[in-house]
Design a protein around this ligand. Structure first.
Ligand SMILES: [Zn+2]
Length: 311
């Protein structure tokens, strides 16, 4: 991939990370969860451990606060996202980091075993997704678009698209009965324009959830504090922590991560926030409804995208 500055540098700002010692992360208090039996079930199918919170952390917290049942899947095992660690050790570490991140959201965060960096939208991947949807029975599935800089993201988006109709066909993947209602599939935000730009249907002012999203991102230490500074050649921007106490290190890294994340996500607001909704927020998320899956009513959309603006 081209990560050099220049013509595509603004696109690169929106790309998510892939591939020390555990440190404690400050937990920011959140609204109290009020679980209701009718609250939606939300499934994220991301390519890598950390994609869900990077792209949809705000909406996931909005749902969590309203009592939704959440489940996050990383389709790949994250084995390629490091410049030093052996892949076996990295897979185990990333699985632990993801589970810890999910626990902050009161969500399962499961890492599948497909190899990071080599994912293809195969029949096997499609059937795994069909089994997952039929087992968890989500009302809403969040995933990547099939247009994205990372081939794993494209593969997951394609596999979910391929599964979207087949999930309702009983003779496909027998033994796992189709759900009674076709789930809605929505794409998480990206800034790519070819062959088609992201076209949001709903936009969230996610600023209120920023610290919660950072709590989750900070769990992925191997990514945000090791791998990304190396692959992006930005290690020199990290704080000099020589002589710092553990608490000072945690705070310094947290402040660095906040700046890094807001810089990478700034263009979302420029592109997708309508000033008629108010001043442009610090953090924006946006979602495009897939035309290949369930067709939501206006009322169902409002339930599946709490706190969101509708385009
Ligand atoms: Zn990713």
């Amino acid at each position: 991939m081209d990560r050099s500055p220049g013509r595509f540098s603004r696109l690169i700002l929106e790309t998510a990370p892939h591939g020390k010692e555990l440190m404690t992360t400050p937990v920011v208090p959140t609204e109290r969860s009020t679980r209701e039996p009718s609250a939606p079930r939300v499934l994220v199918l991301g390519a890598h451990p950390d994609d869900a919170e990077f792209f949809a952390g705000g909406l996931l917290h909005a749902h969590r606060n309203q009592g939704a049942t959440l489940r996050i899947i990383s389709v790949t095992n994250g084995q390629s996202g490091h410049h030093e660690m052996p892949s076996d050790a990295l897979v185990a570490r990333r699985r632990t980091e993801a589970a810890r991140s999910g626990s902050l959201l009161q969500s399962d965060y499961v890492t599948w075993d497909y190899p990071d960096g080599s994912l293809q939208p195969t029949l096997d991947v499609r059937e795994s997704i069909i089994r997952e949807i039929r087992t968890f029975r989500p009302d809403l599935v969040l995933t990547h678009r099939p247009f994205d800089y990372h081939p794993d993201h494209r593969a997951v988006g394609q596999a979910v698209q391929d599964a979207s109709y087949m999930v309702m066909v009983p003779k496909i993947v027998p033994g796992y009965p189709p759900p009674s209602q076709e789930p809605i599939v929505a794409y998480m935000v990206d800034l790519f324009t070819r062959p088609a730009p992201f076209r949001p249907d709903t936009v969230l002012d996610a600023s209120h959830y920023l610290e919660n999203v950072l709590d989750m991102l900070a769990c992925h230490e191997s990514q945000f504090f090791e791998w990304m500074p190396w692959i992006d050649r930005t290690a020199h921007t990290m704080p000099n922590m020589l002589g710092m106490s553990e608490a000072e290190r945690t705070l310094a890294l947290r402040n660095w991560l906040r700046d890094w994340y807001l810089e990478r996500t700034a263009l979302r607001g420029d592109r997708f926030w309508n000033r008629a909704w108010g001043e442009q927020p610090t953090l924006v998320e946006a979602y495009e409804i897939s035309e290949y899956a369930g067709k939501p009513s206006r009322e169902r959309l409002a339930s599946l995208f709490p706190k969101c603006q509708f385009v």
